[in-house]
Design a protein. Structure first.
Length: 162
């Protein structure tokens, strides 16, 4: 049951959310020590177990000891992260070229102007519209630890990637 509380805390789940995840994820069942055929606890059982640990004043002590043991093995457990993305415009943007009417055409002919786009040699970049403005480039995604503000990681994708 304590392993379930670890999962709940590490994945920022509510009691009903943990119950649903436990019924859905084999990895949660294996980690917690239950079998596929054993009955799984519901959200009220998980809540009662946590409240018992709180009443016995050992809830925080147990979590602190687990974190200490994991950190002694250089395993860091973070409770939250903020992910943000920023648009990075490509310096090799496509240019619009307007074709003019050829000189051999007569004025009485209907004039059609055609806008051709010559694409950039930056084939990895893509278009995105933010508000009313269009951008050609990339998105820089950065993940930051909520507790200490350390950068956990990041990567760059084409701008149209969600």
């Amino acid at each position: 049951m304590f392993k379930l509380l670890l999962l709940e805390r590490w994945y920022n789940l509510s009691d009903p959310g943990l119950e649903e995840a436990l019924n859905d994820r084999i990895s949660f069942i294996r980690f917690s020590g239950f079998s596929l055929t054993s009955p799984l606890p519901d959200h009220s059982t998980i809540c009662r177990f946590r409240n018992t640990l709180l009443q016995l004043n050992i809830y925080k002590t147990l979590f602190d000891e687990i974190i200490r043991q994991l950190e002694s093995k250089n395993i860091l457990i973070r409770e939250g992260a903020i992910v943000d993305a920023t648009i990075i415009e490509s310096s090799r943007r496509p240019k619009k070229v307007i074709n003019t009417m050829p000189e051999d055409r007569k004025e009485q002919d209907t004039v059609y102007t055609q806008k051709d786009i010559t694409y950039s040699d930056d084939t990895d970049a893509a278009w995105i519209k933010k508000g009313k403005r269009s951008y050609y480039g990339y998105k820089g995604h950065i993940s930051v630890d909520t507790k200490d503000g350390f950068i956990l990681g990041g990567h760059i994708t084409p701008a149209n990637t969600c």
